[in-house]
Design a protein around this ligand. Structure first.
Ligand code: F0G
Length: 348
């Protein structure tokens, strides 16, 4: 039987030491060629999608969580705590359950996608919904985390970044080289920081000869890095990246500058159109935030060198946020159970 080894077992030499490994077999996600997207982009470029929605809890957070939770246990933490727009809480709750320690999650009330909240409930997290946004939740968690009994498992914890950088390793291992461009959504800015660290580390070990330009995408109503200004009341349909004051802002800025990359903005309409386009043309269903890099690529705002290899990370599974699709496409209407009616309803 093929064992599902998690990222700690596979990349131990690149990670901080973990004694008690808490793993759900995260990482090893597919890097899928995207022929239709490749065709849309043109210019002899080739587009690949790193499908992080296929991690154990359906998002990239699991890569960081396995390291953060393993090391929290090694340090003797009695409980985990995080603020979240949804995916971090789902992941923290699952890894806490696996580790056998309690997990508290602080969430902006009414702003968490249904599937993510269901995950946190199912895994037995203690959920606190606050009248405030993610930035308020993170401020509270930082204060509580200072009290020592809690281990904070947000991406302000460097163990999270260490785990998440392994996605860049996998991409280089698979392509045999770094891509020319790497597109990904930016919220709290931990993931762009992690990828850039991963690319740099593999490059310095001689595993790639080049470094990609990092291209971050923010939603128009929540684009503090793009506008170089805190957004007091961030708003976007892509609730995962509804963040006005990213914790890793400086690190993201450094990644963008050092890699000669760029940060671009996409509207909610462009995000939803890209989500639908990707699901119906490439067979990959992602949540709205994850469609932001696809929207950015389709929009064509970034100048791409001819013949470039482009990787887009899609960060979370589409099933996490069913309401967005249901609101847009409505409920199914039934027809009577007769073959003629069914044929007519099919319409082709
Ligand atoms: N995509 C998804 C699906 C996310 O859940 C997040 C962040 C991001 C992109 C942005 O990543 O914050 O590292 O820049 N979600 C966090 C959460 C904030 O609480 O689940 P980032």
């Amino acid at each position: 039987m093929k064992q599902s080894r998690g990222i700690i077992e596979r990349f131990r030499e690149f990670l901080p030491p973990c004694e008690r490994v808490v793993s759900l077999g995260e990482g090893g996600t597919p890097l899928v060629p995207a022929p239709k997207l490749t065709e849309r982009v043109g210019r002899g470029c080739q587009v690949f999608i790193k499908n992080e929605g296929l991690n154990p809890t359906g998002s990239f957070k699991d890569r960081g969580m396995t390291v953060a939770v393993s090391r929290a246990l090694d340090r003797g933490a009695r409980a985990l705590i995080c603020a979240s727009t949804g995916n971090t809480s789902a992941s923290a709750a699952a890894y806490a359950a696996r580790a056998g320690i309690p997990c508290a999650v602080v969430l902006p009330a009414g702003k968490i996608a249904t599937g993510k909240l269901i995950q946190a409930i199912a895994h037995g997290a203690r959920i606190v919904a606050i009248d405030g946004n993610f930035d308020d939740a993170l401020r509270i968690v930082r204060e509580l985390g200072g009290e020592n009994e809690f281990a904070i498992v947000n991406s302000i914890n460097p163990d999270r970044i260490a785990g998440q950088k392994t996605a860049a390793f996998e991409i280089i291992n698979e392509l045999g080289e770094a891509p020319d461009f790497h597109f990904l959504p930016v919220g709290n800015a931990g993931n762009i920081t992690a990828y850039w660290a991963g690319y740099r580390e593999y490059h310095s070990r001689g595993k790639s000869t080049k470094l990609p330009a990092m291209i971050g995408l923010q939603a128009a109503g929540a684009a503090p890095i793009a506008h170089n200004k805190i957004v007091e009341n961030p708003e976007t349909i892509a609730s995962a990246i509804r963040i006005g004051n990213p914790a890793s802002w400086k690190q993201a800025r450094a990644a963008l500058d050092e890699s000669k990359g760029a940060i671009d903005i996409v509207s909610d309409e462009e995000i939803l159109a890209a989500q639908t386009w990707l699901a119906s043309n490439e067979g990959i269903f992602v949540e709205p935030a994850s469609a932001a890099p696809i929207a950015g690529l389709l929009k064509g705002g970034i100048k791409l060198r001819e013949g470039s290899r482009i990787v887009c990370t899609v960060t979370g599974h589409g099933l996490k946020d069913p309401d967005v699709i249901q609101r847009r496409f409505g409920q199914l209407e039934s027809v009577s159970a007769k073959i003629d009616n069914v044929r007519r309803a099919i319409g082709f």
